[in-house]
Ligand binder design. Structure first.
Ligand SMILES: Nc1ncnc2c1ncn2[C@@H]1O[C@H](COP(=O)(O)OP(=O)(O)OP(=O)(O)O)[C@@H](O)[C@H]1O
Ligand SMILES: [Mg+2]
Length: 243
């Protein structure tokens, strides 16, 4: 069953067309990596999926929700879609547990006890069970990003979107975040991730999508795509390394 279905999406900023007819289907439990040069439309595509960006034509359906700019419908959509960015945006005046409990309490009306149990469970899932009472500024960047992932998981999403979640981290902290994402993938979470970590995409993602000039230029099973790129553009991208 497909969890995300993107059909011929076109997106413009003024005269600039940044998505030029993008179509992509993601099945339950699939991990899809999105790679491509800066400005190719990777973030825009992710942001369209949870309605953070409007698009001019085409259609997106996520976990049974048709994505449209209607506040009530967007709220329903976002209960099922988690998104994590490069910046973690934790509330500095709340401890880790409170940061995680906030959304379930407010948007899902979960009791305090239930929210706390949930927070402890998702913290354990990202390997930070002992940090419930810590404040964000006491944690490393990698730990803060894992809390941000836990906060998203507490909403029990049906799909998780990750936009370059390790790009702001030092190499030694990148690994611990990638490990958490790999574990999530193994547990069957449906995931779309924009990444510059090619070896991660190759080893963890079932499918890799190469975006170029607002189009899905090439896509396929990750191993095939990396081993045998068909287009000159993907060949050039892979041989130049990242960016
Ligand atoms: N709010 C905006 N207003 C106008 N143009 C925008 C806006 N956001 C993005 N763009 C443009 O849309 C295009 C695609 O941007 P997008 O952020 O999707 O690229 P990206 O592939 O994620 O790049 P990067 O790897 O640098 O994050 C770029 O040309 C960008 O300048
Ligand atoms: Mg981006």
């Amino acid at each position: 069953m497909s969890v995300v279905a993107i059909d011929q999406v076109h997106k413009r900023y003024g005269a600039l067309e940044v998505l030029k007819g993008v179509s992509l289907t993601v099945e339950a439990g699939q991990v899809v990596a999105i790679i491509g040069r800066s400005g190719s439309g990777k973030s825009t595509m992710l942001r369209c999926i949870n309605g953070l960006e409007q698009f001019q034509s085409g259609a997106i359906t996520v976990a049974g929700h048709r994505v449209e700019q209607n506040p009530a419908k967007l709220q329903e959509l976002r209960k099922d879609v988690g998104i994590v960015f490069q910046s973690y945006n934790l509330f500095p005046h709340l401890n880790v547990g409170q940061n995680i409990m906030l959304s379930p309490r407010i948007t899902q009306g979960v009791s305090h006890a239930e929210a706390e149990a949930l927070a402890r469970r998702v913290l354990a899932q990202v390997g930070l069970a002992e940090k419930f009472d810590a404040f964000p500024d006491m944690l490393s960047g990698g730990q803060q990003q894992r809390v941000a992932i836990a906060r998203s998981l507490a909403m029990r999403p049906k799909v998780m979107l990750f936009d370059e979640v390790t790009s702001a981290l030092d190499p030694e902290l990148t690994g611990e975040v990638l490990l958490v994402m790999e574990q999530l993938a193994r547990e069957g979470m449906t995931m779309l991730l924009v990444t510059h970590e090619m070896s991660f995409a190759r080893s963890v993602a079932n499918v890799t999508v190469f975006m170029h000039h607002g189009k899905i230029w090439e896509m396929g099973p990750s191993k095939e795509l990396f081993e045998n790129p068909q287009t000159a553009e993907l060949q050039a991208f892979l041989s130049n390394g990242v960016k």
